[in-house]
Design a protein around this ligand. Structure first.
Ligand code: G6P
Length: 611
């Protein structure tokens, strides 16, 4: 949550910062601001999107070679101009931007008020900057030292950048629990929450670690620990193409990302599924093969869409590798007293690799001795670094807040993992494994075919755009798909939707069915097909309006459903990769027709770094 960006170099800082903020807007978009250092330390900030800030400053003097900007997802204090970042200290000689939460802000604020500091916002961030100012005054120390000492006093999560009028050519930054990456160019430096604001200027980056303080001054980058010990920056090469973070002719990132799925699924299999040689590889698995073979249990922790991918993985791993699997919401897991032993493997799934609850769940499981395997999309992310081993999903940057291609890439990687585990544990025959490998190889082409349903789905979206409720039903492997379809619709169109196991409908949701209730039933040809057909009859008998997702060539369900969407047939266990596609498109088109902001739905953020 919240995006931060900063620049120091020879170019005009403001345009670079604004462009960077647009790229980071997926992280939060309720207010935005910049601070520019040019002899004076000037802050401009505004409620609303980055575009509102741009308009606000269009007639202002923004000339500066040093500056920082912020796009906010509110935690403390409603979204308004005052609560927007950057925040000044009382003297207005220091300014800060902050991503995270300071948990002990109330006690600190009282103390600082007693020392004469004046507050203009409801934020925890304004407390942080005044704390730095107070420490600097009390200790007559440098800004850098004051920041370091302040970090010892705050409890919580932060990625901060600090500018001071008294340090005209200097950027100070620090992180704990919120992401931060430094870009190193020719005589210029960038700081951002992720690499997207940086990639068009440089591909040399340093991922800042927790408890590190970054000082950029006199053309030098220095990193020190909170204990003031110098750290050697580890410079890495970014492998990210600029086109991957632009819309490429699509009206929305979400649509672009839905249509990228044949490619992203293929990328997630690349080098892992070697059909001709008959091999399955997964680098991260190799070193922990024995742990997986002997695991007594697998616990999957994740949030949101990643949790749905985890549910698919539960079915896959139990089916193919015969290891008991539990799937937990990371936020629940971390606050109970889960039974985890050294023989357990915890799989953490996260697109962003930054979700605070998932990260905390990993730390808890680690403390109990479990082996942690990560499935992340963002390379170098906090979760990727906190795990013992893992597999990247290689879906490429996902910018639409509603996750689409990241989900199918996660499911693909988890399918491969379950297949490898089954192979190593001897719980899957060579013939079955070979069949699955052949079928998995066809999935990108089948997803391409499913995408051709777009025009048909637009017609259905038109029909149901004014609905107030939706039910999604599925069984077996299609049950998590029903949950995911409902989540997509809720997130971007604000229509209430629930996903249910089709048979459970009888225990409650059936009471909701009337002639106005749309029901999306995923009824592809699989082992529970007959049962789902019976569930459709039950809905039909109560006049529910049925939109059925069926396998190509189905002749039974078209006679019962009002709308039928035929997807290419595949093996039951691979079906989520295909059957989710029409649901993504349906929610997208409904949201567009309702005039919703598809890529930036209200109240949501792509990366949830607060608990
Ligand atoms: C947020 C996003 C969701 C995502 C969830 C988990 O709620 O809006 O799209 O599924 O976080 O995020 P992660 O990055 O851990 O997969």
């Amino acid at each position: 949550m919240c995006g931060i960006v900063a620049y120091l170099g020879h170019r005009e800082a403001c345009p670079i910062i604004l462009k960077g903020l647009h790229r980071l807007e997926y992280r939060g978009y309720d207010s935005a601001g910049v601070a520019l250092l040019n002899g004076e330390l000037t802050v401009y900030k505004k409620k609303g999107k980055v575009a509102d800030l741009e308009e606000f400053i269009s007639d202002k003097d923004t000339h500066a070679n040093v500056g920082m900007g912020h796009t906010r997802w509110a935690t403390h204090g409603e979204p308004n101009d005052e609560n927007a970042h950057p925040h000044y200290s009382t003297s207005e000689r220091i300014a800060i931007i902050h991503n995270g939460i300071i948990e002990n802000y109330a006690a600190l604020k009282t103390h600082l008020q007693q020392q004469g500091h004046v507050f203009h916002s409801d934020t925890d961030t304004e407390v942080f900057v005044n704390l730095i100012e107070e420490i600097k005054k009390q200790n007559s120390c440098s800004l850098e030292e004051a920041v370091r000492l302040a970090l010892h006093e705050v409890v919580g999560a932060y990625a901060i950048v600090v500018l001071s009028k008294d340090a005209p050519n200097q950027l100070i930054a620090a992180r704990k629990g919120s992401p931060m990456v430094i870009g190193i160019g020719e005589g210029e430096f960038f700081i951002a929450s992720d690499a997207t604001p940086i990639i068009e200027y440089t591909n040399e980056v340093v991922y800042v670690n927790d408890y590190e303080i970054v000082v950029i001054r006199d053309g030098q980058l220095n990193i020190r620990s909170k204990e003031d010990v110098s750290q050697t920056p580890y410079i890495q090469k970014l492998e990210m193409a600029l086109e991957s973070i632009e819309k490429g002719g699509y009206p929305h990132f979400m649509l672009k990302e839905i249509f990228e799925q044949p490619r992203s699924i293929l990328d997630s299999m690349r080098g892992r599924l070697e059909l001709e040689a008959g091999h399955l590889n997964m680098g991260g698995f190799r070193a922990y093969e024995q742990k997986f073979v002997n695991a007594q249990r697998i616990v999957i922790v994740a949030c949101g869409t990643s949790w749905h991918a985890g549910l698919v993985a539960e079915y896959l791993i139990e089916d193919l590798a015969r290891i008991p699997v539990e799937v937990e919401y990371a936020s629940e897991f971390r606050y109970r007293n889960p039974i985890i032993t050294e023989r357990d493997i915890v799989i953490a799934i996260s697109q962003s690799g930054e979700t605070a609850d998932t990260l905390a769940a990993i730390e808890l499981a680690k403390s109990k001795g479990a082996t942690i395997f990560g499935v992340c999309n963002v390379v170098g992310s906090s979760i990727a670094r906190a795990t013992d081993a893992g597999a990247y999903t290689h879906a490429g940057p996902e910018i639409g807040v509603a996750s689409t291609k990241a989900f199918t890439a996660q499911v693909t990687v988890l399918t491969l993992l379950a297949m490898i585990m089954g192979q190593k544990r001897g719980t899957i025959s060579d013939t079955k494994l070979r069949e699955l490998m052949v079928e998995l190889d066809t999935i990108p082409a089948k997803v391409t075919k499913a995408l051709e349903l777009d025009a048909q789905i637009q017609v259905i979206a038109e029909e149901f755009k004014d609905a107030t409720n939706f039910l999604y039903l599925g069984r077996g492997y299609n049950f998590p798909v029903a949950l995911e379809g409902a989540l997509k619709l809720k997130e971007i169109s604000y229509i209430h939707a629930e996903g249910y196991p089709a048979a459970e409908m009888k225990h409650g949701p059936i009471a909701l069915i009337d002639e106005n209730m749309p029901m999306v039933v995923i009824a592809t040809r699989d082992s529970s097909y007959e049962k789902v057909v019976s569930n459709i009859q039950e809905v039909k008998a109560r006049k529910g309006r049925i939109i059925a997702i069926v396998s190509e060539g189905d002749t039974v369900i078209p006679a019962m459903a009002e709308f039928v969407i035929e997807v290419p047939h595949t093996s039951e266990i691979l079906m989520p990769l295909v059957s989710v596609v029409p649901l993504q498109l349906l929610s997208y088109h409904i949201a567009v027709l309702r005039g919703c902001n598809v890529d930036q739905p209200r109240n949501l953020a792509k990366s949830v770094t607060v608990e």
